[in-house]
Design a binder for this molecule. Structure first.
Ligand SMILES: *Cc1c(COP(=O)(O)O)cnc(C)c1O
Length: 387
């Protein structure tokens, strides 16, 4: 049997034609494709602004800056995420702390957040920004997060890298609740531009800052210049920005992919539903379903139910890989990384995230996964779990 990867990009002839058209055009970067992609993304996500960036890590970085992260400021995020969700705050000189997860959703726990905020208020150590992460594509409790943000005065920077196409209370993730939402278009994600990202926001001033920061802190539009321009060549650097721009080649691919988002999402939903059925009764915990939100199904992540099997996650992982099935593990809790240990975090600091990690396994899930392949995954898993 041939190897089944855990994720695989979905590229069509139309995608290739769209990229080729840009390669044959006048502009490879900063042409018409980036604004076209931004506008289509904003419309699809029911938001005023969408700012394209070179990758989601860059988007998290400039969104942190635009939301006020800096020396002396605190940023809190989920330990069950990719490194970038926390690193972005350190880039700005802010300090990072974590809020443990809700074991049911595997997302940052709003109950735990409320408790931690109450303690922080008493010691005058409230965070400036909280970065909830929609793990596996399942939206966080965005309404409750908004209420806490309004009560305690922090900004919400949602890391929706997994959640393109997800919705919460019948609205797309990225449309409301958060001050800014970041999406990733890395090749393993739901929609891809090879590398790429998008920041959405309804805040005009924030969007203006994001556009400036992604391009060296520079502006050219006459209305934004501090002084009357000497001529049409004038540009002003108004902040210390970066080169975090997306290219037209990437944007053309993104725009083409975005046109298929509903279809790509439907394929993932169907496969996730089918996994739920195929894995019913096995010694594992399937992802939770909640009536008020629809996951983007970036990952189908299970937990080995150690109460019902003596097999460890490591054993199941090895057995699956031996059966040519590309399982993966998301995530090693960020605070247990050596770099974060040097900042003072310890094993045991966030026990729910650590317990989840110890039993977690992500199964292959991508639009082109066939039912036959899925049957093989389920059969191999059943065998691997047998004592
Ligand atoms: C992929 C990912 C990122 C980083 O995205 P890039 O586009 O690769 O920079 C950030 N956060 C989470 C949760 C991710 O999964």
């Amino acid at each position: 049997m041939s190897f089944i990867p855990y994720s695989c990009q979905n590229i069509t002839d139309d995608d290739i034609a769209a990229v080729n058209a840009v390669l044959r055009s006048e502009y490879l970067t900063q042409g018409p494709a980036v604004p076209a992609f931004e506008q289509a993304f904003a419309e699809r996500h029911q938001t005023r602004h969408a700012v394209a960036v070179s990758n989601a890590t860059a988007g998290l970085h400039i969104a942190c800056l635009a939301l006020g992260a800096g020396p002396g400021k605190r940023v809190w995020t989920s330990p069950n995420s990719f490194l970038a969700s926390a690193n972005c705050a350190l880039y700005c000189g802010a300090t990072v702390d974590f809020v443990d997860i809700d074991p049911r959703t595997r997302n940052l726990s709003v109950t735990e957040l409320a408790r931690k905020l109450e303690r922080a208020k008493a010691t005058n150590t409230l965070p400036a920004i909280v970065i909830p992460v929609d793990f596996a594509g399942l939206p966080c409790e965005l309404r409750e997060l908004r209420e806490l943000a309004d009560a305690y005065g922090f900004r919400i920077l949602e890391d929706a890298s997994h959640a393109t196409g997800a919705s919460y209370q019948h609205r797309p993730v990225g449309s409301a609740w958060a001050d800014a939402t970041v999406f990733s278009f890395h090749a393993v994600k739901i929609v891809t531009t090879a590398e790429g990202g998008m920041v959405t926001s309804n805040d005009d001033e924030l969007a203006r800052q994001l556009r400036r920061l992604r391009s060296h802190g520079m502006v050219r539009e006459a209305s934004e210049l501090h002084a009357p321009p000497e001529g049409p060549w004038v540009y002003e650097q108004q902040a210390l920005g970066f080169n975090y721009r997306m290219t037209d080649v990437q944007a053309a691919l993104g725009l083409s992919q975005l046109g298929r988002l509903d279809a790509l999402h439907a394929q993932r939903v169907a496969l996730a539903d089918r996994y739920d059925d195929l894995l019913d009764g096995l010694a594992l915990i399937r992802p939770i379903r909640l009536a008020d939100r629809e996951s983007a199904w970036h990952l189908y992540a299970i937990e080995i139910d150690t109460a019902r099997t003596q097999r460890t996650r490591a054993e199941v992982f090895q057995a699956m890989r031996a059966a040519q099935i590309g399982v993966s593990v998301h995530y090693i809790p960020i605070h247990t990384q050596p770099y974060y240990a040097d900042l003072g975090f310890r094993r045991g600091d966030f026990p729910a995230a650590e317990a989840y990690y110890a039993r977690a396994l992500s199964l292959p899930l991508f639009p082109a996964l066939t039912e036959g392949q899925q049957d093989s995954v389920a059969a191999a898993l059943k065998q691997a779990l047998q004592v």
